[in-house]
Design a protein around this ligand. Structure first.
Ligand code: URP
Ligand code: ZN
Ligand code: ZN
Ligand code: ZN
Length: 485
């Protein structure tokens, strides 16, 4: 087996920055140090050698709102690798009433095309004895330790509080981590009907129907329900101060709550929906919608302060033609935007190059924290001996202007069109294979492997222990009066 060595670069991890070469054998990092040699040399002069990005939130070839998201495991993982992301965690989405295991079989079939490694979250879209039972198989046999709950999309994917509480308790028993899409689906549905009745049917009404309050309310509710169930909680696509504030407050009270902003919410704002071109606005329809600058500042501050831990994309790409299903009725515009290829360059440019984030924080929020929260560290998210050689060699001087014409994603536009980014991959390695070399793509379909993730993280055990110690106990009394008349 031939060896590779990444030479002359600066290793940047979540906690250290230092000069070293990195030796790779059989897809794994086997040595880190000075003057290493190998069969193939990848020259990283002037570059940063980092753990490849992990996107914890993607929807590839997902059935949603009467169609399928247009990037599948081939084009989606091609986009990921092209931008320095070497692993995606995608959502397996059973239809309401469908077996979790049957849905998982469908996701296994789709993912054989993946060019980089991947894992799955399981969505709980309905509740019953079958779901309760299958959750155990999903955790113990299928290597999935995260369960997603939609508090929005009423009449489709949404679960109610009783179902969410039951599922969170089951997660606690199994040592799993519940995830929530936090928006009050009842209020959203009501606002949608009101706006449509008033003739407000354009894409801007999508944003009016999902104000920050619906997100803040749901985030608070999910946090309290998780606390009662004695389980940690991960809130996806945190877009506003109201949800961030709920997470901050919970963490200060010792609750184990994680928050995931998206790169889109950090950079794009609500004025996108006021654009005179219907297509422009509809292409940016996603839930939650883009917010004002004040909300963006809150999210950036949260990443720096550690009250938000992760940056994802929620990559869920629909073509312009698909977005046009909603002409005349904004509630029918498929919800979702892309970003897999752009997350790292955009975050580097708008975060590290502006001083909002350090390089080490960049690595933490795009890779290491994700690997830790989802229990795959240090196999993933690390430059350490024994870790998978999923590596991004980032050239901080390389530049490009983001354009749909040159992107890997299958759709016909890019929400970051025209954004100039500095900091691009010189090399991207997926388990030791070079997938990007000086801007040329060398990834291979089917190279990606499923990454199984175990339950029972220390945080789960700590919360279960506390829950057990503080559980209601019957008081044994010395005297009980005769029952009243
Ligand atoms: O609008 C969005 N976010 N679409 C993807 C599905 C979801 O809610 O995450
Ligand atoms: Zn969502
Ligand atoms: Zn999503
Ligand atoms: Zn291979």
């Amino acid at each position: 087996m031939s060896t590779k060595v990444i030479k002359n670069g600066t290793v940047v991890t979540a906690d250290l920055t230092y000069e070293a070469d990195v030796l790779i054998e059989n897809g794994v990092i086997t040595k880190i140090g000075a003057n290493l040699s190998g069969d193939e040399v990848l020259d990283a002069t002037g570059c940063y050698v980092m753990p490849g990005g992990i996107d914890p939130h993607t929807h590839l070839e997902m059935p949603f709102m009467g169609t399928y998201s247009s990037d599948d495991f081939e084009t989606g993982t091609r986009a990921a690798l092209s931008g320095g992301t070497t692993m995606v965690v995608d959502f397996c989405l059973p239809a309401p009433g469908q077996s979790l295991l049957e849905a998982l079989q469908a996701w296994d079939n789709k993912s054989t095309k993946a060019m980089c490694d991947y894992s799955f979250h399981m969505a709980v879209t309905w509740w019953g004895e079958q779901v309760f039972n299958e959750m155990e198989t999903v955790v113990r046999e299928k290597g999935i330790n995260t369960f997603k709950h939609f508090m929005a999309y009423k009449g489709a994917l949404m679960v109610n509080d009783d179902e969410m509480y039951a599922s969170f308790q089951r997660c606690a028993e199994l040592g799993a981590l519940p995830l929530v899409h936090a928006e009050n689906g009842d209020v959203v549905a009501s606002l949608q009907q009101k706006l449509l009745a008033e003739g407000n049917n354009g894409p801007e009404a999508h944003a009016y129907s999902r104000p920050p309050q619906v997100e803040g309310e749901a985030a608070n509710r999910a946090i309290m329900i998780a606390d009662m169930a004695g389980v940690p909680l991960y809130i996806v696509h945190v877009s506003c101060e109201e949800a961030h504030e709920a997470i901050r407050r919970a963490r200060q009270l010792g609750k184990r709550v994680y928050g995931e902003p998206l790169v889109q919410h950090l950079v794009l704002d609500e004025t996108e929906y006021q654009h005179p071109d219907w297509d422009h606005a509809a292409r940016r329809v996603m839930s939650p919608p883009f917010r004002s600058k004040q909300h963006q500042d809150s999210l950036w501050a949260g990443l720096a302060a550690g009250s938000l831990q992760v940056v994802a994309t929620d990559h869920c790409a629909f073509t312009t033609e698909q977005k046009r299903y909603g002409v005349g009725d904004f509630t029918k515009i498929p919800n979702g935007t892309g970003g897999l290829e752009d997350r790292l360059p955009v975050l580097w440019t708008k975060g590290v190059a502006t001083g909002r984030l350090t390089m080490n924080e960049f690595v933490a929020v795009t890779s290491t924290n994700i690997a830790k929260i989802m229990n795959m560290y240090p196999k993933k998210g690390a430059i350490l001996v024994g870790a998978d050689a999923d590596i991004l060699v980032l050239d901080p001087k390389a530049k490009k202007t983001i354009a749909a014409d040159t992107q890997a994603s299958a759709i016909d536009y890019n929400v970051f069109e025209g954004v100039e980014v500095t900091g691009l991959p010189r090399f991207v390695l997926t388990r030791g294979h070079v997938a990007v070399r000086d801007g040329n793509f060398e990834g291979r379909m089917g190279h990606g492997r499923f990454v199984a993730r175990k339950p029972d993280q220390p945080v789960n055990r700590a919360l279960s222990t506390w829950k057990e110690l503080t559980a209601p106990r019957k008081v044994e009394r010395t005297g009980i009066p005769a029952s009243g008349v």
